[in-house]
Every structure is written in structure tokens, then in C-alpha cells.
Write a protein that binds this ligand. Structure first.
Ligand code: GLC
Length: 550
């Protein structure tokens, strides 16, 4: 079937279901809540939704540990609520994308329960190994979340591999039967009308033969042996050939440690096996590889990441654009300024939304939600945060350790969406499953709906403009003043139409500079975050978008 690549004109909204909106008063976000908010999502100009996992799951990694791939968790409203949401999306002309998590399952999945008892055909569905002769673990790999990547299973009498939590055993994708199961799952949802998949850590699914020790990486040991592994392109091509090619759907691959050159092997429009890629480079302007190794924010690093993906994918592949998701702390708290909350929230929006690609907005980003700052570490839920807290910076005082977690934890961005200033921020009428950020009386959707100058309305305007202007889809990207450490400035250009985006990233004023050839007298400033502006100065986190015709 010919792929229409409809995703190129769209803007997606990511829902992390537990914290989006509770519709039945039990304190947990659910699909009834989503149903109530479909019009709101559409009012932003978003025409697609990506759901983080909503399948039955014991919740060891908030749903990324799946116990049944072909059902919807009753706590989210089950299949009945899901069908309604799917219909609701399609009636509004919106698309719905599911999360496909097949690097691993939950240890409570039936396949794992049978595999540990060596019941065929499940015996080799997972990666089992005995201890080494000297009694050591099968290899030296680390798990991404909790210590070493191997746990001994008493029932089977062997170790199983888990690149994430202990309760997330890795599937053995080299087994053709497992690949057939994946295809069954894909067809099940596509036949129901789902429009595509975000594929969780999909670049990890093929492990190097023999599972050798890793002598390269000092942390995340093992990653060179499973990220972009030996059969990855072959398996992805098989899924494409046998399933995706038969549907007008799209695929978005999550890919840790990937640069544009490698990405093209996956998403080149002629030869790739997938459509778009979630890269992590844009998340590393204030950390080294992971949020848990924070560094000072560097505008240069952010600009370099943006520009390199824009330029290297140009004409060959399509970018996925994002600043936030459920795996990273809130972007204003990281790349912007809580002091200049409103201005920096808007500048960050403008920095991203006029690039070429398909933007994904994470729930709460559109109102500038900030990092959650718990008073004590035992308030954290996230498996990765808990492990990191218990094992790092042990010699430092408690308050210093806690502050580091505010900055690094995934839970910083997982608190309930702040809908209004009523109790529990209007998220639930019951007792919320998780803490609500204390600032909900100041930062909430209802307040911003009534304020024409809000971050929310800025997102609406920016999204509206990007849909209206062909140059945002087609124009060539160019970065200006790349040595400037205070301003991000880029233009988009196509025959007849040009766009210039200027974003200041400093709490002090700075000089306004315009690239050669830019004619202020004919250009029109179509979006800005201060009521007035002049041609010589940029105020803290000021942004402007200019349009002119040639
Ligand atoms: C991905 C998900 C993350 C999850 C992990 C393991 O990175 O985005 O939330 O914990 O994979 O499935």
C-alpha cells in the first residue's frame, strides 16, 4: 500500500495516562478522562495522540512492563473506553498512536511464566543463561534502571536478561516465534483502526551473538552490544514488509545514542524501515547522555543538536521534534528560567515549533508546567529514580541529593496535569495516585484559557501558524549566529516565502542582530512574547517570528 506520510502535516500530543485526567474519580488518570479532553487537545491544533502504554500491567515501570499486549488495562477503562476514544479521535479527524514495547515484557506476562517453567513454545522466548563457571553473572552488562542486567530465577534455575527493571525481562527477538508474536500484536491494533506506533527502545532488540562482556563503556555497560545490534535492520524490515507496508500507518522509533548518520539507516525515506526517530541529542544540552549526569545548560549544545538534525535529515528523512516527554524533567526548569517562566516557556515553544518535522507536545508542556520538587525522597515512585537516589551521591548531604533528583528525575514531569485551581488541580475528585505540584493555583489550564497572553495561547498561535505557512513544512533550514551563546536564530526559506525565528536564552537583555539580507521594513513580526519590541535589543527570553515574501 502506498504510504501517504500524513504525519508530516500533523502535531501530536503525548498522553501519559496515569496523570492526564481522571474520569471516574478513583484518583488514577484514565481513558474516560481523555474522552472529556479530546476537544481541548484538538483546540491546541493537535491532530494526533500518542498514548504511553495503556495495556494491562503490574506497573513496575508505569505500564512499560506489559502483561497482556492485546487488551486495555481496566484501571484505564478497558477496551470499552478505548473504543470510544478511538472513535472520538477519528470523528474529529485525529489520529491515535500506541506505544509498542517489545524489547521486554512484564515478568507477569504469561509468556514469561511459561518460559521459566520451560513450557514450549515459550522456553526460548526470553534470554536465559546459566551462571559462568566461576559462578559469576553471564556477562558484565548493566541494566538501564537497577544494577546488573541479570537476575536469577529460582523456578528455571537460570539467569534472565533485563536491560531495564528486574520485572522487565528482555524478549529473545532472535526467536522467529517471538517476531511472529510482535506481528500479531501490530495487526491486532492496526486492524482495530489504530494509526501507528511509537516503538519503545526499539534499537535494543537485537543483541550481539554470544552476549560478550563489554570493555568499552564505563557506565551502561553492554550498550555497544545491544544498541543497533547485528540483526536490527533485518528484523525491522521484516515487520515493515509483513505488517506496516499493508497499512497506511506510521512508526516512530525511540533510539538512545543515535546521531543523524546512523538514524538515516533507519528512517531514510527510500530505504529505511521506520518513519521517524526520537533522538536524545536534543535532551543533552544540560547533561551528559542522561539526566542523571547533569551539567550546566549550554545553548551551543542545544543549537548544535537542533541544527545538525535539521540539516542532515533534509531531503532524506523526516524529523520528530520534541522538548519534553515522560522520561525527562520539565523543559522550562532545564533549558529556560523559572524566574522568566512565561517568557522562556514561549521562547522554547518558538525554538521548536518552526523547525521542519512533526512536533510532539507532552501533556502540561503547553501550560509551562515546572519540575515537581518533593520534600523527601521516599515520595518518588519511579523505579529508575529510586535506584539512582539510593546509589548515587551518598557522601553528599540529604538536601543536596534531593535537589539533584528534582533536576534529574522522570517523576519531575509525571505529576497530574493542572487543569484548574480547585482541589487536586481538577485532575480528580478522588485521592490522586501521585502528588500534585504545589504551584497548581498559579499554573493551570483554566487560568491560561482566560489569559490571552498565556503560554497556552502562544502554543495555539504557533501551531496555527505552522499549519498555515507552507514554509514551515517545506522551507530549507539555516542557523544564524551559531557562535552566539545567548541567542538561537534560524530561518526557513522557500521560493516566495521566508521565516526568521529569533529566541533569546538569557535572563539579561542582549543585542538584537538580524542576518544579512533580512529586510525589517518588509518583514512582518507574526509572533512575539513581549507586547512591544524594538530593533536593537532583545529582553530576557524574548522571541520573535518574522515572515516576509520575496
Ligand atoms: C523507554 C520509555 C521509558 C521506559 C523504558 C523501558 O525509554 O520511554 O519510559 O521506562 O523505555 O521500557
Amino acid at each position: 500500500m502506498a504510504r501517504s506520510r500524513w504525519y508530516k502535516d500533523m502535531v501530536f500530543y503525548q498522553i501519559w495516562p496515569r496523570s492526564f485526567k481522571d474520569g471516574n474519580g478513583d484518583g488514577m488518570g484514565d481513558l474516560w478522562g481523555v474522552l472529556e479532553k479530546l476537544d481541548y487537545i484538538q483546540s491546541l491544533g493537535c491532530d494526533g495522540i500518542w498514548f504511553s502504554p495503556i495495556y494491562p500491567s503490574p506497573g513496575a515501570d508505569c505500564g512499560y512492563d506489559i502483561a497482556d499486549y492485546m487488551d486495555i488495562d481496566p484501571q484505564f477503562g478497558g477496551m470499552e473506553a478505548f473504543q470510544k476514544v478511538l472513535e472520538g479521535c477519528h470523528q474529529r479527524g485525529m489520529k491515535l498512536v500506541m506505544d509498542l514495547v517489545v524489547n521486554h515484557t512484564s515478568d507477569e506476562h504469561e509468556w514469561f511464566q511459561k518460559s521459566r517453567q520451560r513450557i514450549d513454545p515459550y522456553t526460548d522466548y526470553y534470554i536465559w543463561r546459566p551462571a559462568r563457571e566461576d559462578g559469576k553473572l553471564p556477562n558484565n552488562w548493566d541494566s538501564n534502571f537497577e544494577g546488573k542486567a541479570w537476575t536469577f530465577d529460582e523456578v528455571r534455575g537460570e539467569y534472565y536478561l533485563h536491560l531495564f527493571a528486574v520485572k522487565q525481562p528482555d524478549l529473545n527477538m532472535d526467536n522467529p516465534l517471538v517476531r511472529e508474536e510482535v506481528k500479531k500484536i501490530l495487526r491486532f491494533w492496526l486492524d482495530m483502526g489504530v494509526d501507528g506506533f511509537r516503538e519503545d527502545v526499539i534499537t535494543y532488540i537485537s543483541k550481539k551473538e554470544g552476549l560478550p562482556d563489554d570493555h568499552l563503556f564505563p557506565i551502561y555497560k553492554g550498550m555497544p552490544c545491544y544498541n543497533h545490534g547485528p540483526h536490527i535492520h533485518e528484523y525491522l524490515a521484516e515487520f515493515k514488509r509483513d505488517v506496516f507496508d499493508h497499512y497506511d500507518c506510521f512508526t516512530l522509533a525511540e533510539a538512545p545514542l543515535v546521531w543523524p548518520k546512523r538514524a538515516l539507516k533507519y528512517i531514510d525515506e527510500e530505504q529505511g524501515q521506520l518513519d521517524m526517530m526520537i533522538q536524545f541529542q536534543c535532551q543533552c544540552a544540560d547533561c551528559l547522555f542522561t539526566d542523571y549526569l547533569p551539567t550546566k545548560f549550554s545553548l551551543h549544545r542545544m543549537k548544535h543538536a537542533f541544527s545538525s538534525w535539521q540539516k542532515k535529515l533534509w531531503g532524506k528523512a523526516w524529523n520528530m521534534l520534541y522538548l519534553e516527554n515522560h522520561d525527562h524533567p520539565r523543559i522550562i526548569s532545564r533549558y529556560g528560567s523559572e524566574q522568566y517562566w512565561k517568557q522562556s516557556g514561549k521562547t522554547l515553544a518558538a525554538a521548536m515549533l518552526f523547525q521542519q518535522g512533526t512536533p510532539f507536545i507532552y501533556q502540561g508542556q503547553e501550560i509551562g508546567m515546572l519540575n515537581w520538587q518533593p520534600e523527601s525522597a521516599d515520595m518518588y515512585e519511579d523505579v529508575q529514580t529510586r535506584y539512582n537516589y539510593a546509589h548515587s551521591n551518598l557522601s553528599k548531604p540529604e538536601d543536596v541529593r534531593l535537589k539533584k533528583m528534582w533536576r534529574s528525575s522522570r517523576d519531575s514531569a509525571r505529576t497530574p496535569v493542572q487543569w484548574d485551581d480547585s482541589e487536586n488541580a481538577g485532575f480528580t475528585t478522588g485521592t490522586p495516585w501521585f502528588y500534585v505540584n504545589r504551584n497548581y493555583r498559579e499554573i493551570n489550564v483554566a487560568q491560561q484559557e482566560s489569559d490571552p497572553d498565556s503560554i497556552l495561547h502562544f502554543y495555539r498561535k504557533a501551531i496555527h501558524l505552522r499549519k498555515e505557512l507552507p514554509v514551515v513544512r517545506h522551507g530549507q533550514y539555516r542557523e544564524h549566529f551559531f557562535l552566539n551563546g545567548k541567542v538561537y536564530c534560524y530561518s526557513r526559506k522557500m521560493v516566495g516565502e521566508k521565516l526568521l525565528v529569533i529566541c533569546s536564552f538569557t535572563e539579561k537583555g542582549t543585542k538584537a542582530k538580524f542576518p544579512a539580507g533580512f529586510d525589517k521594513s518588509t518583514a512582518q513580526c507574526i509572533l512575539h512574547n513581549y507586547p512591544d519590541f524594538d530593533s536593537t535589543t532583545l529582553r530576557p527570553y524574548e522571541c520573535r517570528v518574522y515572515l516576509w515574501e520575496e
